[in-house]
Each structure stands twice: as structure tokens, then as C-alpha cells.
Write a protein that binds this ligand. Structure first.
Ligand SMILES: *Cc1c(COP(=O)(O)O)cnc(C)c1O
Length: 338
């Protein structure tokens, strides 16, 4: 057995027994292989290093109450990987093979899956990139898909704490007619400076981006979607061309509906922040991060929260219960590994 202090886990990279690697050459993916080799060797002229042809995904596996390990909605991540791939001219990877590859990887690393009740989970990180050496701006013809996995801890060991956010008006997360809806490395590179500025200058851990065309509507946070609960109990989330279609948000919307909460996916004006009862960020890593305050220049929107609000708590608890096999998986979200 591996020797891991499950209680000390955070959200950090660590090596496990294996990664699974697939190569694309001459127009076809190979059969892939499990290996302990985490190293990538490529030409300095490789396409990814110059023109950033790289996409990634993030998903999780959980040790459930019945002792089995299950992955949360890997088919959704497989489909989104392909949608990203199409949009930056990379080859698609069949969704069924993607799901199978995730299962194979987690099965091979099963000892690294945190135990039920520890609050931890197995984070799965697929990454695909172009390796063809070239100088002209063209799509690569050779690619690699590597999927790695690592145990991560719960963000909320000491209770759920709201974070502060600030509206980014100096920097956009995406170009007006650009690539904000693609899970690609380029978007992250472009968001690093505003994230750094928010932290250093304003002591805010999180930046909230507006639509890059008019700076009127709320897009999303740097690494997670925006959602809010209105004072009359509706689930409100942004509709925008330049945000990443979050699988967590999709799942939360479904659960909100299951709980009888009306769901509104629409354009959200920044001034509406004054009208919401609860505001949060959502994504695979944390599920829901409540936002306590949002700064917009001298303006402060304060939600007077010391923990997660009641409506979001109800949704959060239900999603976690499904992920850990404590509540019936009526939407068939969980894929069994072992
Ligand atoms: C991955 C990601 C999210 C969250 O998506 P999930 O599928 O819920 O993890 C949100 N915004 C951006 C920019 C992302 O890259």
C-alpha cells in the first residue's frame, strides 16, 4: 500500500504509479500505454511551444460509500475535450476511449484514491498538445494526449469559507470574438497577469471578468463559472460566448431543478450584483466557492456571509452526496472503475 497522509492532502501536483499516453501520427491515434514516464521530449520547434496548440481537462474520481471508485461524468469531459480540439484544429479522441482510458488509469492507480470520508478525491488531468516541429503558423500534424491523476484533499477541511473577488476591468480573460469558451492553455496564459494583479495590488484571491466586448455583463471568474441566487430564490448563471461551459455548473443547474429551484441562464449585468442573496464560483476542483464580497473599483458588493449561503448549501450537499454514493445517482453521472 502507498503511504499517504490523506488528511494533509491539498490541491497540488503529485506523481502516482502511472500516466496513460496516446500518440497521434499519420492521421490516427495509437492504442496508448500506461507508463511511469512523466517526461515529454520534443523539438524546441514543436508547435505547442510557439503557437500554443494545447488543451486540457479536469475531472474527478471518488471512493464511494459502498467502497467502489467512480468517476464523475467523464463522458462530458470527453465531449468537451473534443469540442476544444475542433476549435483549435486538433484531432478528436473518441469519447468512449476517453472514458475507458480514465477508468484504466484510475484502476492502475487505485491505491492513490483517497478513502471514503476523508474529503479527498482523485483529480484526473488530461492534456493534449501538438508536437510537430515547424516554424510556419499551421496546425501540428503530430499530437500527444497524456492523462495523469493525483490524490487531492478537500478545500473545506475547516468549514466552507467565502472568498473575496474583484472585477477585472484592466484585463479581459478572453478576446471579444475569441476563444474564451475553449479549455486551452492560451486562455490561462492570458489570465495570469490579471490574477496576479488582483492578488498583489488588491489582495483579492479571485478575479471576476466581464464580457470583453462591452464590459457590461458578467462572464466568469478566472478558473470557474459565475453563479448567484436571487433574493426570490432563483439560480442565476451567465450566458456568454466567452465563458467555459463548466460541467460543474451544468450539474448544479440540474440539481437546482431537482430541488425545485427555478434556473435562469442569461446575460447578467454587473450592477445586478447588488440584488443577489448569494454569489459563488463553481468548478471541478472545489464544486462551489461562496464569494463574500466583490470589489469593483471603489464599489463593494457585500453578501454578509461567514460560510456558504443556505440555497447553495442545499445544492452543494446534494452534488457531494451523489459523488460519494450517498444519494441515488438518478442522472447516471457516475462511472464505476473497479
Ligand atoms: C475548467 C474551467 C471551468 C470549470 O469547469 P468544470 O467542468 O466545472 O470543472 C470554468 N472556467 C474555466 C475558464 C475553466 O477552464
Amino acid at each position: 500500500m502507498v503511504n499517504i497522509d490523506w488528511d494533509a492532502l491539498t490541491f497540488q501536483f503529485s506523481k502516482t504509479k502511472s500516466v496513460i499516453r496516446f500518440k497521434y501520427t499519420n492521421g490516427a491515434w495509437d492504442d496508448g500505454r500506461l507508463t511511469d514516464d512523466y517526461t515529454v521530449t520534443m523539438s524546441v520547434a514543436a508547435n505547442v511551444l510557439h503557437y500554443g496548440q494545447a488543451i486540457f481537462e479536469g475531472l474527478k474520481a471518488f471512493r464511494c460509500k459502498d467502497g467502489k471508485v467512480r468517476i464523475f461524468r467523464p463522458d462530458e469531459n470527453g465531449r468537451r475535450l473534443n469540442s476544444s480540439a475542433r476549435q483549435i484544429v486538433m484531432p478528436e479522441f473518441p469519447v468512449e476511449r476517453f472514458v475507458e482510458a480514465c477508468r484504466q488509469l484510475v484502476a492502475d492507480n487505485i491505491e492513490y484514491v483517497p478513502p471514503y470520508g476523508s474529503g479527498g478525491s482523485m483529480y484526473i488531468r488530461p492534456v493534449m498538445y501538438g508536437t510537430t516541429p515547424q516554424i510556419g503558423v499551421n496546425p501540428a500534424s503530430d499530437f500527444e494526449l497524456v492523462i495523469m491523476c493525483m490524490p487531492v484533499g478537500s478545500y473545506y477541511k475547516n468549514g466552507i469559507k467565502p472568498v473575496d473577488a474583484m472585477i477585472s476591468r484592466d484585463f479581459d480573460r478572453a478576446a471579444p470574438h475569441g476563444t474564451g469558451h475553449i479549455k486551452c492553455a492560451g486562455n490561462y496564459a492570458a489570465s495570469l497577469l490579471s490574477g496576479k494583479t488582483a492578488k498583489e495590488k488588491y489582495h483579492c484571491p479571485v478575479a471576476l471578468f466581464l464580457d470583453p466586448g462591452t464590459h457590461t455583463y458578467i462572464d466568469e471568474f478566472g478558473t470557474s463559472n459565475f453563479l448567484a441566487i436571487s433574493k426570490d430564490g432563483k439560480y442565476v448563471t451567465s450566458l456568454s460566448e466567452s465563458i467555459l461551459p463548466s460541467i460543474t455548473n451544468k450539474s448544479l443547474m440540474q440539481v437546482a431543478e431537482d430541488l425545485g429551484m427555478p434556473v435562469e441562464r442569461r446575460k447578467v449585468r454587473a450592477e445586478e450584483l447588488a440584488d443577489f442573496a448569494e454569489v459563488a464560483a463553481c468548478g471541478t476542483a472545489v464544486v462551489i466557492t461562496p464569494v463574500g464580497r466583490i470589489m469593483d473599483g471603489d464599489k463593494v458588493y457585500d453578501y454578509h456571509l461567514t460560510t456558504i449561503g443556505p440555497a447553495l448549501k442545499a445544492i452543494y450537499d446534494r452534488v457531494l452526496a451523489i459523488q460519494h454514493g450517498e444519494y441515488p445517482d438518478t442522472h447516471n453521472w457516475m462511472v464505476q472503475v473497479d
